[in-house]
Design a protein around this ligand. Sequence first.
Ligand SMILES: [Zn+2]
Length: 398
Amino acid sequence: MTILYTDIRELVTNDPANADGDPLGIIADAAVVVDGSQIAWVGRATEAPDADEKVGCADASVIPGFVDSHAHLVFAGERSAEFAARMSGQAYEAGGIASTVAATRTADDATLLAGVQRLADELLRAGITTFECKSGYGLTVDDEARSLRIAKAVTDETTLLGAHVVPPEFRDDRSAYIDMVTGPMLRACSPHARWVDVFCDRGAFDVDETRHILTEGIKAGLDARLHAGQLGPSAGIKLGVELGAASVDHCTYATDDDIEALAAAADTTVATLLPGAEFSTRARYPDGRRLIDAGATVALATDCNPGSSYTTNMPFCIAVAVRDMNFTPAQALWAATAGGAAALRREDVGVLAVGRRADFVVLDAPSFIHLAYRPGVPLVRDVVRAGKHLNQRVESRS
Ligand SMILES: [Zn+2]
């Protein structure tokens, strides 16, 4: 069945062919035809073909569904007191993860699954139609494998993050933990994961350890991505480029050299910035414009996790990126859609063009600029994922 979405005041396609090479590919007074789960036609409303059903968008704007390439959704426990303490002046340290690890290990499968489904629902309601989900709060062979099985219930973009931190029981023998991660854990988890990730930073894993873990993950058939440069300058950023990682995430302390390396690898490795993490840890923000101007491919993601960025809201991340990370509204929107798709090496999402998955967001706003211009306002009117409405709030005229 075909559905014509019409009366779209401003349609962001991310297809430069629609707008003389402009990356957002904006079409004014536009329409989209969806056939099943895919886009069948995109263009001016006056030229739209007939369809089985017609949906009026009442002069709203439409953007591609957000692609969140970095989220930690499988966990139990509650850390709001830690956030309050941090806002009273305590510094963020990677070790806070241990409290979530303890709670996650003792939670049963049903509790973890319910938590993941609740967060997946929040992501969708905020317009995120594709998202990645990491393990990393189990840190035993069985708990990492079950975290990934549970993540698989909500997304195919699953990531083994057994190297999140060294758990307390291995504190005096970190090499034994790394042997476990690269041995039995990798064997048990690789059937349930697409990606392997390492938290390469102070208090977590150093660059040599990260190289070893990612290399073993790649040998096991997983693709690499990593956390690097969040808490201080790190050779991890260049390591990610060297290993051909799909994305180096955080890059808060990227040096000129790092940025040059990321720019030279723009077709392979994305720099993913996570505004929620700096916001929630009251840390310095990276300069997105500096990366973009140098030629790097840049993504924005939520980093949804209970410790340092407990948000599922991409419009919030866009607003912070524009206000505090030097992005233009257009750059931020691209990074949160096409940029996220690049960070997950996905061709089928992030762009509204014929043959792509019909993932889009209808905004209660005349322009996508309102995502940053009206921070905190719930502008997501409707979300369509693989051709299906999630909210049913669009005015239907069929
Ligand atoms: Zn993270």
